[in-house]
Design a protein around this ligand. Sequence first.
Ligand code: UD1
Length: 417
Amino acid sequence: MEKYVVFGGNRLEGTIRVSGSKNASLPILAACLLNGQTNIIHGIPKLRDIMVMQEVLGYLGARVDWDGDAMLIDTERVEPFEISEELMRRMRASNLVLGPLLSRFGKVKVSYPGGCQIGSRPMDLHIKGLQALGAKITEKYGYITAEARELIGTEIHLDMPSVGATENIMMAAVCAKGQTVIRNAAREPEIVDLQNFLNAIGASVKGAGSDMIKINGVKYLNPGRHTVIPDRIEAGTHMIAAAITGGDVQIVNVIPEHLEPVTAKMREAGINIEVGVDSIHVRGGKRPKAVDIKTMPYPGFPTDMQPQMMALMCTAEGTSIITETVFENRYKHVAELRRMGADSRVEGQSAIVKGVERLSGACVEATDLRAGAALVLAALAAENGTVIENIMHIERGYERLDAKYSALGARIIRVHS
Ligand code: UD1
């Protein structure tokens, strides 16, 4: 099992480059199943979750090759085999094949994803959306089967703006007959990137980025080429790394607009942030002020930045109230941060964090991806050494975080035990 050993206390200084977005890459890779041709996607990060999606595509019969940072995906020979529990358990986002396989083959069977570390994460909105398009859904023995002779465009109102449900419905509707309108759609930048890829392969999708997406069904799709957007959550994590170490870091390959909710909160906490065209410069220095945070769907403060922001608040002056509204169980990092000397506790839907002057190194465990990132950040600022176990969770979503932070002056090593 791999772990990180971090010796805290060094200021991070220099320039760091953000990789392509994991959460944009995953639906785009799934969407490659739609056209049965060869697509070339640039900027895909080499992460564990991407490897799982590559395995899913390969298992379905796709040919996947890497050429530098570009992935060539040939889905001509794909067949709609069922996605096993084993693959679904390794990554919930495997469920993104539902929409494209249903669209192309009229049939798809995937194992039910079940619970995960950050909450129950049901599939009801995905299912309701596909049903509205005319699919017959059966849920039996832990599997969801969707079948349709023909998908027909319709109006779908999502009960909540689920990212995955919006993406699955968009992909299912691309070749449906007539127009599909998704209301209360998720507005995340990754949805816009999926729209751009779908349009690059000949689909007709408009409105992504707003809460209403319109998809006009097309008969044929062509092969396409696309570059995924930079990862806003990775960029946000680096912004906190700079602030929590009192560092001076230029973060490049970012779309600053995607980070506005994070930038605004960090500025409120007194952090000096300069925004360029495709870069963000963060200068830490004095101790941050405590600010309250409430996670919301985009353009609200992202739930995927809540644990990292909590790490920063653990060292802030004053008391901060952090409220998680997207996932019910996303506080596993609170107990781990307490092991590092944080004064934090969960009360109902909120965490109350009283900043301490200095965290201290401890042996902690990454319970999920962003919780793990929060521990790395806390460790960078802590006194003495910290051992972070189970970093496979961190590697699901960060490309060589140890190397990137070492290059900025951090003392972090990856060890195998
Ligand atoms: C995506 C992101 C994840 C991020 C999340 C919220 C990917 C691969 N993952 O996850 O990193 O944390 O968006 O920004 O892009 N829900 C239902 N029924 C459903 C679907 C969702 O009730 O059918 C609920 C979930 O339990 C959760 C909320 O909706 O409380 C948001 O989930 P959703 O937006 O669907 O997240 P994911 O797409 O799974």
